[in-house]
Ligand binder design. Structure first.
Ligand code: URP
Ligand code: ZN
Ligand code: ZN
Ligand code: ZN
Length: 471
């Protein structure tokens, strides 16, 4: 049924504009925008009117990097697609792009089938899949063509880290990049020199350096910068675009900036944890000095000084996207697997619920503008991964994935009140200005004023076009 909803009186913010406008929704889509108080807006009739006076009206967030239920380090990420997408919506995110993992020795198809089985019928919001390529071979290269053609997965993550797990050597990386150059697929890179890191891990453990903070120390900034540099050169040789995920080091960012200044199709993503947290959080705290395990992720948290460089990178467009790399493991029973050996701490931080609000706080703090907030959190991820204009903006014809955002609401982030299925918050006790009040997913209100109205299974799988930034 084409129910008509009007969102009245808010400040509509997109990457391009800020307008005092009413938004007309018909069924699942945005039908029109018109200046608040104009004859056109006043003439609209509606089944439902949502009052957005004093609020922002923004596109739902697009989190292009999540790992629901990811098997890792002998355990699995603690959010299911059901709990993780619900938490995302609570935090104003209405689309996630998760990573389907190719099992070693199997096809991309088998990985995608496994991910569809986990997600289908369980998601509260729309979702799509990148593919993690853990074994580049002739069959996989052919599969990449077919996946790009059908839109089932138009981006492929490769790892220079994690030897023996997801790792690809330079030759395999080059072959995948050449294929991406030919078929339009976007190669995403985990850029850390995992071979060198593993040597440092072994040496650290042999020296009795077993605490969580050594995870950050052995994953040296130089080895992120080196891998980033090498990935850029390989992409240049292949003539392929490159998207570097979870950039945490200022020197890695400098490599991206240099490549972009040279006109290459090189893109970079950072994550809230690198903008808001630092090695201070990895310090030996808690009863037995192990609390830092809550902050073990890869790339690792860096010293505080890197934060300013990352904010500058976001302003200068040397970084284009902020995604979460949401990969939650409970402290109890999961992070604890690494007591006495930091290399056994499952890597990853929770954050899918916090991203939009942390970045809004960055607006309040003067790091970015309101329009840049929407651009890096909604519009660019949608364009980068071929979901735009359906997702990531508010324009006639777009999916009505819309958040009525209260910029004056004050919240204190806490595991006691968050909706992610994880027993701690990386941002515990942090006070943030702003919060999603009403969230619509394809025209359906899933969250209203603290009341959950969504449903597992409302979220639909999204086929994707290719990256919209290639020149
Ligand atoms: O620590 C992280 N980032 N865990 C998730 C896997 C990855 O490398 O993105
Ligand atoms: Zn990664
Ligand atoms: Zn530049
Ligand atoms: Zn990741």
């Amino acid at each position: 049924p084409n129910a008509r909803t009007v969102i009245r009186g808010g400040l509509v913010i997109t990457a391009a504009d800020e307008l005092h406008a009413d938004v007309l929704i018909e069924g699942e889509r945005v039908a029109a925008l018109a200046t608040t108080g104009s004859a056109a807006a006043e003439a609209w009739t509606a089944d439902t009117v949502i009052d957005a006076t004093g609020h922002y009206v923004i596109p739902g967030g697009v989190d292009a990097h999540t790992h629901m239920e990811l098997p890792f380090g002998g355990t699995a990420a603690s959010d299911t697609f059901e709990t993780g997408t619900r938490a995302a919506a609570w935090g104003g995110t209405t689309t996630i792009v998760d990573f389907a993992v190719q099992p070693v020795g199997a096809s991309l198809r088998e990985g995608l089938d496994a991910w569809h089985a986990k997600a289908d019928g369980n998601c509260a919001i729309d979702y799509a899949f990148h593919t993690i390529v853990s074994d580049v071979n002739d069959g996989v290269l052919k599969e990449m063509d077919a996946l790009v053609d059908s839109g089932e997965s138009t981006s492929f993550k490769l790892f220079m880290a994690y030897p023996g797990v997801f790792y690809s050597d330079d030759g395999r990386i080059l072959r995948a990049m050449q294929r991406g150059a030919a078929n339009g697929g976007l190669i995403m890179m985990h850029a850390e020199n995992g071979i060198a890191i593993d040597v440092l891990v072994e040496q650290a453990l042999a020296a009795g350096h077993t605490a969580p903070r050594y995870h950050g120390e052995v994953r040296r900034e130089l080895l992120e910068a080196e891998a980033t540099h090498r990935a850029i050169k390989l992409a240049q040789v292949a003539g392929s675009p490159l998207y570097v995920v979870h950039v945490s080091a200022a020197s890695a960012l400098a490599e991206l900036a240099q490549a972009r200044d040279a006109g290459l199709n090189v893109f970079g993503e950072t994550c809230p944890q690198y903008l808001f947290l630092s090695t201070d959080n990895l310090a030996e705290t808690g009863a037995d000095g192990f609390e830092g395990a809550k902050y073990v992720c890869s790339t690792p948290l860096r010293p505080r000084e890197h934060q300013a460089a990352l904010w500058r990178g976001l302003r200068a467009n040397d970084l284009q996207v902020v995604s979460t790399d949401h990969c939650p493991f409970c402290f109890a029973g999961q992070k604890e697997l690494g007591r006495g050996d930091f290399s056994k701490i499952p890597n990853g931080l929770p954050g899918v619920e916090n991203r939009m609000d942390l970045l809004h706080q960055a607006v309040v703090d003067g790091h970015i503008t309101r329009r840049r907030w929407i651009e890096i959190a909604c519009t660019t991820p949608a364009r980068m991964f071929g979901l735009h204009p359906r997702k990531g903006t508010i324009t006639p014809g777009a999916d009505a994935d819309i958040v009525v955002y209260d910029p004056t609401a004050v919240q204190t982030v806490s595991a006691a009140t968050h909706h992610m299925n994880v027993d701690y918050s990386a941002y515990e006790g942090r006070q943030l200005a702003g919060r999603a009040r009403t969230v619509l997913s394809r025209g359906t209100v899933v969250l209203d004023d603290g009341t959950w109205l969504g449903r597992a299974g409302h979220g639909a799988f999204q086929r994707r076009d290719t990256c919209q930034y290639l020149t």
